[in-house]
Design a binder for this molecule. Sequence first.
Ligand SMILES: O=C(O)C(=O)C[C@]1(C(=O)O)C=C[C@@H](O)C=C1
Length: 356
Amino acid sequence: MAKGKLDELRDQIDRIDDQILELLNRRAEVVKEVGRTKVNSSQEFYVPGREQAIFERLTRNTGSFPADGVRRVFREIISASLALEQPMKIAYLGPPATFTHQAALRQFGLSAQLVAQKSIPAVFEEVCRGRAPYGVVPVENSTEGVVSHTLDMFIRSELKINAEILLEIEHNLLSLTGRMEDVRKVVSHPQALAQCRQWLEENLPDTALVDVGSTALAAQMASEDESVAAIAGEVAATMYGLKTVKQKIQDNPNNLTRFLVIGRNIPAPSAQDKTSVMFSVKDEPGILYSMLKPFSNRGINLSKIESRPMKKKAWEYVFFLDMDGHVQDAKVAEAIEELRGCCQELRVLGSYARSR
Ligand SMILES: O=C(O)C(=O)C[C@]1(C(=O)O)C=C[C@@H](O)C=C1
C-alpha cells in the first residue's frame, strides 16, 4: 500500500478515536450524575444486573468489532465509570493470579482495587466488617463439584449473594521462552495437572510433573527458571511475564467454575434473576415433597438443589436451593414463606442476575 493511502487511513482512525474519546467523556458526565442521584436516594453504586444487561445488549453487535472485544472494552469503560462514582475495593480468595483473581477482574475490571485474602472465611470477614463492600469466592466447579467451604460460610454468615460469575477455566502451558523444546519440568496445582493429564501424556510424556500449592506459585517458579513450565491461567502469564507455550491444554473443553460476588444487601431486580435459599428441615416422612410443593404449585423453576451434612442437630440436613425469579416477585416470596413453614430455619442468600 502506498504511504499516502496509509496516512489517510490513519487520519481517519485518529478522527474516529477523537469521537470515541469525546463520547467517553460525555458518558462519564452522565455516570457522575447517576452517582449523585444514588447518593440522594441511598442506592448501591454497583449494579451487576444493569452491567450484565449492557453487555448482553452490546455484544449482539453485528458490525466487524468482535463480540469478545466489545465485552472487554465495555468491561473497562464501566469499571472506570463505577470508580468515578465510588472507588471499589474487592476482597477475593488469593493469592494473586489465581482463577478467583481472574473471575474478580472479569466482574469488576481493572479500575477496582482487588485485595487478595488468604482464605474463604477471610473474604467473608472483610465484607462483613465493611472493609470491602464486595468479595469474590469460588462455589463450584464442573469437574470438582461444590466448594464446601463457601457453602458452609453461608451457614454462619448473614452476607448476601450479589452476582454469579461463570468462568471457563483455561489451563495454559506457560514458560519464560514460550518454547516447547526448553521444557524440562511442568509444575502446577495437583488439580490443574489432573485436568491436563491426557494432553501431558501425549505431548510431554517424559517430562517431570511436580505438584505445588497453587497455579500462581507454579507461574512464579516458571518465571525464575527457563526449563520450568507452569500450568496456569492468563492472569498468571501477565503477572509473571510468561509466554504461552500452548493454550487450552485441559482435557475437558467445558471446564467451568462458578464464583459468587458477596455483599451486605440484596440487589434490586434485573431482567432475569435467580434466588438462592438455604434451609434445614425436620427429619420426617414426606419432607422432600413438602419442600418442593410450594415451587411446583406456583410454576417456579428450580435450577439447583444441593444438600450438606451438618454436625449440629438443628442443622442436620441443610439444603441449598436455586430458583428462577427475584425475592421481590410476589410468587417467589409466597413460595419461600410456605417453605419456611416446614423448615427449622431458612435464610434467603440473595437474588441476583442469572449469568449466561
Ligand atoms: O446505571 C448505573 O446504575 C450506573 O451506576 C452506571 C454504570 C455504567 O457505567 O453504566 C456503572 C456502574 C454500575 O454498576 C452500573 C452501570
